[in-house]
Design a protein around this ligand. Sequence first.
Ligand SMILES: Nc1ncnc2c1ncn2[C@@H]1O[C@H](COP(=O)(O)OP(=O)(O)OP(=O)(O)O)[C@@H](O)[C@H]1O
Length: 250
Amino acid sequence: MLELEDVRVRLGGSAILHGVSFTVAAAGVTALLGRNGVGKTTTAKSVLGLYPATGSIRLDGRELIGLPTHAVARLGIGYVPEDRGVFAGLTVAENLRLAEPREQPKAGYPRVYELFPVLEARAAQPAGTLSGGEQQMLAIGRILLRRNRLLVVDEPTKGLSPKVAAEVARALKEVAETVPVLLIEQNLSVVRTLAGQAVVLDTGRVAHRGATRDLLADPARTNALLGVSTARADPVRADTARADARGGTA
Ligand SMILES: Nc1ncnc2c1ncn2[C@@H]1O[C@H](COP(=O)(O)OP(=O)(O)OP(=O)(O)O)[C@@H](O)[C@H]1O
């Protein structure tokens, strides 16, 4: 599906990725994990052609490095950035309309509204007045209007209550039944629920690759790589774990 090989990125004169190599599975969710500032978002943006990279990034064998972002998107990679990228001054309906494919403008709506009924109920509301969770649903809904081969989703549950985070995770799980997802996520309870495979970055390098279950079953390894104990990775205490991951260990 998506293969990264020896991907290197320099930003502002500093080397940020030092030769990242991993594969995103052709089905389900692959989690991209790591402490703050290790290069997860940089990796995602490199895939999207938003940062200049060297090495190789291939989608079903097709080289993406060197392609402009619009060409990467046209090849079928949908991206939900960390800041969600919704247009605050436009209504929910207008945000969705801007994301429609020209060929089949209305085709994706039933699925989006089925996954996120709140978006239909709030169609006329400016996106900037939605809650954080609703904005996340809108951001995911926007990319579901297009037929994608891969979704890259950056920290979709960041800042959400455990209940809303679980709702977003449930929707992503359903989405991943038809489109593979590369998911950047710090909430280990979400990772545990969604991701079959996990890749862990540490200062611009891959520190671990393998089944999520195996990683999370090894508290010492999880703690060493992520700075959080898996004992905290249950839904009730997920927010605490995330706060710890952000604050204490970068
Ligand atoms: N445009 C930029 N110019 C210079 N340095 C940058 C730029 N973007 C990111 N960096 C640096 O690259 C490093 C990796 O950042 P990145 O956002 O990829 O990390 P991350 O793993 O996604 O972190 P977080 O979990 O906090 O979102 C950080 O040290 C960051 O300061």
